[in-house]
Design a protein around this ligand. Structure first.
Ligand code: 5GP
Ligand code: ZN
Length: 116
């Protein structure tokens, strides 16, 4: 459930300081330490799931809650009108660097696709 050496498990346990902006059932939203947009939040499950590829059927409610949580945070930050991005990097080649599932919520500037 929790990995003692995992940064995001440690943030969830409040063993590492982070700017936790919101919390809901089994999920935290924290400000990214190296923001790539005016709004850059990380949606982090409190359960240790290493990557998106590790989710199972049992995680279906958690995944739904994560999307609703992200949408609520986007609405509260007035991102809905101009659009926002909700991203999961799965695996090193996709840019994953912290091995604990998380969504990036990005908004507040124009974005191109594909990202660099
Ligand atoms: P990934 O590359 O795994 O998709 O995303 C990891 C994200 O975690 C990066 O955007 C990085 O800036 C962020 N990050 C890394 N270390 C910390 C930290 O100690 N605190 C916070 N709040 N974010 C972090
Ligand atoms: Zn973890």
């Amino acid at each position: 459930m929790s990995d003692a050496n995992c940064l995001f498990c440690r943030i969830a346990r409040r063993a590492v300081p982070a700017d936790i902006v919101a919390e809901t059932d089994g999920l935290l939203a924290v400000t990214d330490i190296n923001p790539q947009a005016p709004t850059h939040l990380l949606i982090i499950p409190t359960e240790h799931i290493p990557t998106l590829a590790d989710v199972s059927e049992s995680h279906t409610p958690l995944l739904g809650r994560a999307v609703h949580f992200a949408n609520r945070l986007a609405r509260e930050r007035r991102l809905t009108e101009h659009g926002y991005r909700l991203v999961v990097n799965c695996g090193a080649a996709a840019g994953q660097s912290v091995w604990h599932l998380h969504w990036h919520l990005l908004g507040g500037r124009p974005m191109t696709w594909p990202p660099g």
